[in-house]
Design a protein around this ligand. Structure first.
Ligand code: NI
Length: 186
């Protein structure tokens, strides 16, 4: 079960709008499995394909542990989102601290709507349309953003970005230590 190295800020693949997934084959199933392994190894709850250097519209999520902790009434084990489309975002906006495996050691508050309706293909290529609330909705919006070339830091104010400038520079130049493998900077 290979653990894939994670691409970090500011690799161009993280800024690209990802391409649709156009295949349903063994290779895709293997990639999905590797993404889960990589996500679990790094302690993340979600991982998008661009984060392992593949610019395709695919992300995985396993929010089970976290929803138990938050006492939310959603049973959300491993889930795969292929070619997802966000149909609507609704509800109150809330500000919650986020982090990202591609932006190690940096966390900040991001404001997002509380509810998302998303259409996608699951791991067996069945089309699904589901509504997610609360914290899980936030994870989905964060991962979906990766497919659009958007990072959570893109939502921060100029002031907050300046605040994080040194930390971002360290990531850019590879001067960070992570508990999981990352793609080396040259
Ligand atoms: Ni992320």
């Amino acid at each position: 079960m290979p653990i894939l190295p994670i691409v970090t800020y500011n690799d161009p693949v993280l800024k690209r709008k990802a391409d649709p997934v156009s295949f349903d084959n063994k290779e895709l199933q293997k990639l999905i499995q590797d993404m889960f392994d990589t996500m679990y190894n790094s302690g993340g709850v979600g991982l998008a394909a661009p984060q392992i250097g593949k610019s395709i519209r695919l992300f995985v999520m396993d929010a089970d542990a976290m929803t138990e902790e938050l006492d939310e009434e959603q049973d959300l084990g491993p889930m795969v989102f292929i070619n997802p489309v966000i149909l609507s975002k609704e509800g109150e906006k809330s500000r919650v601290e986020e982090g990202c495996l591609s932006i190690p050691e940096l966390r900040d508050d991001v404001s997002r709507p509380d509810r998302v309706t998303i259409r996608y293909f699951d791991q067996t290529f069945q089309e699904q349309t589901r509504v997610f609330d609360g914290w899980v909705s936030r994870v989905i919006q964060h991962e979906y953003d990766h497919l659009e070339g958007v990072l959570f830091i893109d939502y921060l104010s100029a002031f907050r970005r300046t605040f994080h400038k040194a930390a971002l520079k360290r990531i850019e130049t590879g001067q960070i230590e992570t508990s999981y493998p990352v793609v080396p900077k040259n």
